[in-house]
Design a protein around this ligand. Structure first.
Ligand code: ATP
Ligand code: LTN
Length: 334
């Protein structure tokens, strides 16, 4: 608890260009949580180097992601927005937790198996212990809740197991975190294959809407979205393409699927796709404008990076000091 509020931690990697899926499934929901929780939102750049990165490119992407957090509506006075690499406690706690995690547990992680197949030329130890670093992120801030997509649930389960194991040996040191899965827009599907999730690493640029796409591009991509030949706008499993478009439309307009079915009764797919495209462009436009504006204000962004980095450092140190003492490291002489 901080100031009587429960603690929330989440983060995103600065790899690839964020998609509408990242926005509706994560960022947009994060904004609504900052009143209820004391929030830490990290740009997890330590995780990014588990796959090879171009240094200049990584630095630029990480900064853009941090600015985008703010542009999406996260108030940096209320939310601690910072770079993971600025708080050395993440790496320090990860080392300690590595010694409390079994290889058998890491061998079971499906993301590791997927990444191993994708990056067969660089299966490094960081990729293997990635979930332990993620556990350190969460436990370092004593987070009560962690908003994540379904793909990250296995990592959160591991985090809980490791925390419980540690607490079992040393007493109640870590808060055991719970996953927080948002409701609407929780899973945005690919526009080219509605059985797959929209993903920033998709090779087909038409499959994803990128947060920085302009209105024409957005509308063009929706026009090309794969649907079916039913010619009816109905929210049902047999029409995964249309169902996905309805979900997106509802997430952007606040309408329900039933209202949407009614609104487009007897109308064609062309008209509906145009409306979905326009609703998406309308919610992304202010984010894009704010992003451009904020990007110009270097001094302001730098001050946030500094202040929030220090705030994160303060809470991280508190936990780390406790942990170091418990495992038997000597106290510092001041
Ligand atoms: P990659 O393609 O590199 O695996 P990604 O687009 O799947 O990336 P992540 O970096 O793994 O994105 O996820 C960042 C956050 O966005 C996570 O909380 C994740 O659950 C959420 N997210 C990603 N894709 C979607 C989607 N299609 N629908 C809803 N939420 C999503
Ligand atoms: N692995 C996550 C990103 C991530 C994260 C975290 C999410 C790193 N550390 C801590 C929540 C809490 C991903 O790939 N989406």
């Amino acid at each position: 608890m901080i100031d009587g509020k429960k603690i929330l931690f989440s983060g995103m990697q600065a790899t690839g260009t964020l998609t509408l899926g990242n926005y509706l499934g994560a960022l947009k929901n994060w904004v609504t949580l900052s009143d209820e929780y004391e929030c830490f939102y990290s740009v997890v750049d330590l995780h990014s180097i588990t796959v090879r990165q171009d240094p200049a490119e990584l630095r630029k992407r990480a900064r853009n992601l941090l600015v985008l957090y703010i542009a999406a509506g996260l108030d940096p006075k209320k939310n601690c927005i910072y770079y993971q690499s600025h708080v050395s406690g993440h790496a320090e706690l990860a080392w300690i937790l590595n010694c409390f995690t079994y290889m058998g547990e890491l061998n079971r992680m499906t993301q590791f198996k997927d990444k191993m197949a994708k990056h067969s030329d660089n299966i490094n130890a960081g990729l293997y212990t990635y979930p332990v670093l993620m556990a350190a992120d969460i436990l370092l801030y004593q987070a009560d809740v962690v908003p994540v997509g379904k793909d990250q649930l296995q990592h959160l389960e591991l985090t809980r197991d490791v925390a419980q194991r540690f607490n079992g040996v040393y007493g109640e040191i870590f808060t055991i975190p719970e996953p927080y899965i948002g409701q609407r827009g929780a899973r945005v599907m690919s526009l080219q294959d509605p059985t797959k999730k929209m993903s920033k690493s998709d090779e087909n640029a038409n499959a994803s809407i990128y947060l920085m796409d302009d209105t024409d591009t957005i509308i063009r991509k929706f026009k090309r979205a794969v649907t079916d030949s039913e010619a009816e706008i109905r929210y049902r499993e047999e029409q995964p393409g249309i169902r996905n478009l309805i979900d997106i439309y509802c997430a952007c307009t606040g309408k329900t699927p039933e209202e949407t079915e009614k609104e487009f009764e007897g109308k064609g797919y062309g008209e509906f796709k145009l409306a979905v495209g326009e609703s998406v462009a309308a919610i992304l436009k202010p984010v894009q404008e704010r992003f451009q504006e904020l990007s110009k204000d270097k001094a302001y962004i730098d001050s946030i990076i500094k202040e929030n980095g220090e705030k994160a450092e303060y809470y991280a140190r508190k936990t780390l000091r406790k942990v170091q003492k418990k495992v038997g490291f000597p106290e510092r002489i001041r």
